[in-house]
Design a binder for this molecule. Structure first.
Ligand code: HEC
Ligand code: HEC
Length: 351
């Protein structure tokens, strides 16, 4: 089989698996509920094992937890992610801390995946993350391991092939949804309706966040549970300047290739300029050039550096940047004082 045919077959194979994940995820209550019961400890434990296992990467050194670290709210503290063979991505690792409660229906900075079950399989074959050649390598690694075989067979009894992509996706998703057990100062304030759970500075910060600062427009601090995002895309002013000159050629290339899902992910992780086009890579609508998903700010004090390309090193600079750019967009200066920005930071630290 020549390479082109091989690649085409792989793509078809993956598209079919995607479809299966989607349909079974919705219809098969036995294992595939998109939000498994929290009591499904066997599934969560299996997911945790997969999340921690470096043998599932091309060079045997990288696991999900290399980049999604518990001590950093499941981000990694690097400007951009670094995966197998020391290869650097174009993108900053997002926190996974809010996924269990945000009710997101899009994943990755450009929202190219509509379900968590799809999103968790992509890193295995991303060339700058886990770097496996294809899904089959993943499945054969797992199937060859007696401990995994037993664990999957126990959790998915009565199936002739207990280790499938669907089951791997279900386990990883269940684990990720279970990650954030923390109660933040802001959670306490919301559940007890008691402002004193926040420091005086953070209380002022909340007032600015929801009022004068206009942050709450996009990082919505309401709802139950609090998602701190509007689940929408916005132009950010971050990173686009560098590619502006070259936009006609860049966008034309993207339109001609018309990639989807995993393939978009692999492409943007390895092409810095195209990565800056953001949502446009998914929709190919010129209005979406440079648009990125509003990140949840849960645990944000732990996830520096910031923004989709990690170009903003500290929380203070991220606040400065957002205050400046959002006022530019709104066409009126926000004029926050140094003190007000410190109060905003105190509030962000309570998330
Ligand atoms: C080399 C570092 C690295 C490794 C290893 C890695 N990730 Fe990620 N992860 C990232 C980066 C970078 C992104 C953002 C990519 C983008 O938006 O294009 C991301 C995004 C995600 C997202 C989407 C989060 C959101 O809110 O949009 C999920 C879910 C995720 N990773 C799960 C995993 C799982 C599961 C594994 C292991 C199978 C894994 N990651 C391995 C760096 C990594
Ligand atoms: C119009 C919508 C919108 C408004 C208003 C807004 N943000 Fe954002 N915010 C975003 C988007 C979109 C990003 C991601 C930008 C990127 O990665 O390029 C972001 C990123 C951030 C980040 C970095 C998060 C991370 O994980 O990298 C912080 C911190 C932040 N915003 C704080 C604020 C504060 C504070 C305000 C109010 C002064 C504010 N934002 C107002 C949409 C908004």
């Amino acid at each position: 089989m020549n390479t082109a045919t091989h690649l085409k077959r792989l793509r078809v194979h993956r598209a079919l698996m995607t479809l299966l994940v989607l349909t079974v995820g919705v219809t098969n209550g036995a294992w595939g509920q998109s939000t498994p019961a929290p009591s499904d400890t066997a599934l969560i434990a299996l997911g945790q094992q997969l999340f921690q296992d470096p043998r599932l990467s091309a060079d045997g050194t990288i696991r999900c937890a290399s980049c999604h670290r518990p001590d950093k709210a499941y981000a990694d503290g690097r400007r951009v992610a670094v995966g197998v063979y020391g290869r650097a991505s174009t993108r900053n690792t997002p926190s996974l801390a809010s996924i269990g409660r945000s009710g997101d229906t899009s994943f990755f900075w450009d929202g190219r995946r509509p379900t968590l079950e799809q999103a968790v399989l992509d890193p295995f074959i991303n060339p700058v993350e886990m770097g496996l050649r294809d899904d089959r390598v993943l499945l054969s690694k797992l199937t060859a391991d007696a401990a995994y075989f037993t664990a999957f067979a126990k959790r998915f009894p009565g199936t002739t092939t207990p280790i499938t992509l669907i089951h791997v996706a279900a386990a990883l998703s269940a684990y990720i949804r279970s990650l954030d057990q923390r109660t933040s100062a802001y959670d306490r304030y919301r559940s007890q309706h008691d402002l004193s759970t926040l420091s005086a500075q953070a209380q002022q910060g909340l007032i600015i966040f929801s009022g004068k600062g206009e942050c709450a427009q996009c990082h919505q601090p309401n709802g139950s549970p609090v998602a701190l995002t509007d689940h929408a895309y916005h132009r950010t002013g971050v990173g686009l300047g560098a590619v502006e000159q070259n936009l006609p050629a860049l966008t034309q290339d993207v339109i001609e290739r018309s990639l989807q899902g995993t393939d978009i992910g692999n492409r943007v992780a390895t092409h810095a300029d195209e990565s800056q086009l953001g949502r446009f890579n998914v929709t190919r609508n010129p209005a979406d050039i440079g648009m990125f998903r509003t990140p949840s700010l849960r645990g944000v004090a732990l996830t520096a550096p910031y923004m989709h390309d990690g170009s903003v090193p500290t929380l203070d600079e991220a606040i400065d940047r957002e205050v400046y750019y959002r006022s530019l967009q709104a066409g009126r200066p926000l004029n926050l004082t140094v003190r007000e920005k410190q109060e905003l930071r105190a509030f962000l630290e309570a998330l």
